[in-house]
Design a protein around this ligand. Structure first.
Ligand code: SF4
Ligand code: SF4
Length: 437
């Protein structure tokens, strides 16, 4: 077998692993450790295992084809990549760099089943990079959801028989109209222009969260922003990078670097914390000697989560009172990935009459974590059940969050646990306050 090329982009060195001093202060922050109490499923335990693989890789590069153990792959697969351990760590361990490198290593060297590999290759390489694939799949799913097939499949128990019942319940509802039709459009600011921004609209969100994207445009324009939706933008590459498909993530990053001319905009805005995190870390996909590295750094410096941007700009549009009790679930990639805690809360507090209650354990992942709820459904549902118990304890009628993946997971939680809350993005609640009288 030929020796594969090294994993492109950032590669951890000894010091990145050695920063972990094994103090254990991250253990209670880790959702999988909290569930199972197993060292091997804790941040410290995973770092230890990854370090051994790194040592093996560094000492005997010719042994790159040595099979990785099933147990190593299982513990790394079970990690949510939620980064709560980074917030908790006093030693500054950048866990995401280690786990994404380990996953890139696994993607190259671990022999998954033929079907597992083929499905992953298709999804992370081909599906996410082609909007027409996403639209075609969404049309099929919409047909399933609207034609009565879904009701029949659920009632005759075929999904249970195929072992798909739980996964099927986590499927997003497909929109009537896709936001892809807005590519290339410019939405003028209402009143004097305060900023000109590029709206990064994501990939799957365009067929499942069109209303959120429309609300984002309305809130930004109402607050004096001219919003441009650059035509040639593609998926940010977050899902591919998290799964170890770094080549695919780099290709997508290159397309986005070319699609968004930085000098034309004051900021690149995203309403998806997961995408924003990856866009802000684009430079790590490239080595420092690659020309894209500097370009990616400039791109990252202009990227803002919509809550971060609006809180810093200041709301100029009048907000009407909303009489709701609201709680907020921190999105991991906003809180732990981007260290943004205050901005969404400040925006919620700006809505008159809104009663804001903090959610216990808001910093713990809801179980969404990219495609974790598909690949590790049982664990994702356990985490969701605990999250719904905490949400119920607040008495809130509305749960707000800042990432489409979390919205999907929490909406599934409301349906599964019959808890009846509205689940909205922060900008959707702002949009309602703009519209209400
Ligand atoms: S808190 Fe940081 S240094 Fe301590 S065990 Fe966890 S990762 Fe290692
Ligand atoms: S990223 Fe999340 S699940 Fe993974 S080790 Fe850190 S805290 Fe645990």
């Amino acid at each position: 077998m030929p020796t594969p090329l090294p994993i492109p982009g950032f590669a951890p060195v000894y010091e990145d692993y050695a920063r972990c001093v094994h103090c254990g202060l991250c253990l209670n922050a880790c959702p999988t450790y909290r569930l199972w109490n197993l060292e091997a499923d804790s941040p410290r335990g995973r770092i230890h295992q990854m370090f051994h693989v790194f040592q093996n890789e560094a000492a005997t590069p010719e042994r790159l084809h040595t099979p990785l153990s099933d147990s190593f792959v299982e513990h790394i697969d079970k990690c949510l990549d939620c980064r709560a351990c980074e917030t908790a760590c006093p030693s500054g361990v950048e866990y995401w760099k280690l786990v994404e490198h380990a996953r890139a290593h696994i993607a190259r060297h671990y022999p998954r089943s033929w079907f597992g590999r083929a499905a992953r290759d298709y999804f992370f390489r081909d599906f996410l990079s082609a909007p027409h694939h996403i639209e075609d799949a969404a049309r099929l799913l919409r047909l399933y959801q609207r034609s009565g097939l879904q009701t029949i499949a659920r009632s005759i128990g075929i999904l249970k028989l195929l072992g798909l019942a739980e996964r099927e319940r986590l499927l997003p509802r497909i929109d009537e109209e896709f936001f892809f039709t807005s590519l290339g459009q410019t939405f003028p600011a209402v009143g004097p222009r305060r900023a000109r921004v590029a709206f990064f609209i994501g990939c799957i969100a365009n067929v499942t969260f069109s209303e959120l994207n429309q609300a984002t445009v309305r809130v930004l324009t109402a607050n004096g922003c001219e919003v441009v939706v650059p035509r040639e933008q593609v998926c940010c590459g977050a899902l591919s990078a998290h799964a170890g498909y770094r080549d695919a993530a780099r290709d997508l990053a290159r397309e986005n670097l070319a699609a968004l001319p930085l000098d034309d905009f004051d900021a690149i805005i995203t309403n998806a914390a997961g995408c924003g995190c990856t866009l802000k870390e684009y430079d790590h996909l490239f080595s420092t000697n690659e020309p894209e590295h500097a370009q990616a750094r400039a791109f990252a410096a202009k990227t803002r989560d919509v809550t971060e941007f609006l809180a810093a700009l200041g709301l100029s549009a009048k907000l009407n009172p909303l009489r709701h009790r609201v709680t907020y679930q921190d999105s991991c990639h906003l809180l732990h990935g981007q260290q943004i805690r205050e901005a969404p809360r400040a925006l919620l507090r700006a809505i008159p009459n809104l009663e804001f209650v903090e959610l216990p354990y808001t910093e713990i992942c809801c179980g969404s974590a990219g495609i974790y709820n598909v690949t590790q459904t049982e664990t994702a549902l356990e985490l969701l059940a605990e999250k719904m118990r905490h949400i119920q304890s607040t008495g809130a009628q509305t749960v707000v969050t800042a990432n489409p993946g979390c919205l999907l997971q929490l909406r599934a939680g409301v349906a599964l646990h019959h808890t009846h809350q509205n689940v909205l993005h922060v900008v959707e609640l702002l949009d309602r306050a703009l519209a209400s009288s």
